[in-house]
Write a protein that binds this ligand. Sequence first.
Ligand code: SF4
Ligand code: MG
Length: 276
Amino acid sequence: MAEREYEKYFRQNRLPHLWCPGCGNGIAMKAIVQAIAKRPELNQDNTVIVSGIGCSSRASGYMDFDTLHTAHGRAIPFATGIKLARPDLNVVVITGDGDCTAIGGNHFIHGCRRNVDLTVVLFNNNIYGMTGGQASPMTPTGRKATTAPYGSVDRPFDACALAEAAGATYVARSTAFHVQHLTDMIAKAFDNHGFSFVEALVQCPTAYGRKNKLGSPADMLKWMRDNAVMKAAWDKLDPATTAPEKFPIGLLYEATAMDYDTAYDQVIERAGGAHA
Ligand code: SF4
Ligand code: MG
């Protein structure tokens, strides 16, 4: 890849972006375009970016592809429609934790279950950033949010474990600190013919970090550096003695299963129809 070749994938006339100083969303967005640039078969004509609503979902407006900025929580159904109509396209979904795991939680589960050939990148900042800092299903217990000023009583769930349980065939996690690693996880997701899910932990210094006194954006990135454990090392840890804030990154799960387009082609054949 030529140096800064990925820059052509940004709409320069839409920059600078509106994200707060120190926000991690730009890092994750850049990882996506660098991953696209790593795959020579991918380009602006065969890649579609679909996003929901939220700070992360603004990314689609900055990326120079065919893009669709949809309704809150609904990016995966829109992306499924695009994929069924045009199976030849590389369809990427950008979503946030409120968008993907709360409002769009059912769509997430059923996209996994159907093994739709999409790459879904979850920008997880542990909070609803754009809509005012409400707690999301990714907000850790005890952390503060506008809807939990004394600390959230709810337990978060593991979005990667849910993706695996629901039927996704590629599940990976990385962080805004591990930029090259995150880029690799996304590029490998493009190679999977089925539902690929990449959780990218990103820092939100404004709506989440400030309320929870997590320090500067650099402090939040250092927290990711200090607590992320590569999967191979994670598998050797003793859960009884591992600090609760530690988490695994890397390829967490991989499987082979028929994707939704192929399954639908078989239905068309059984019905005696003709392929488009
Ligand atoms: Fe980023 Fe948080 Fe600001 Fe939204 S509110 S742009 S997620 S730092
Ligand atoms: Mg969020």
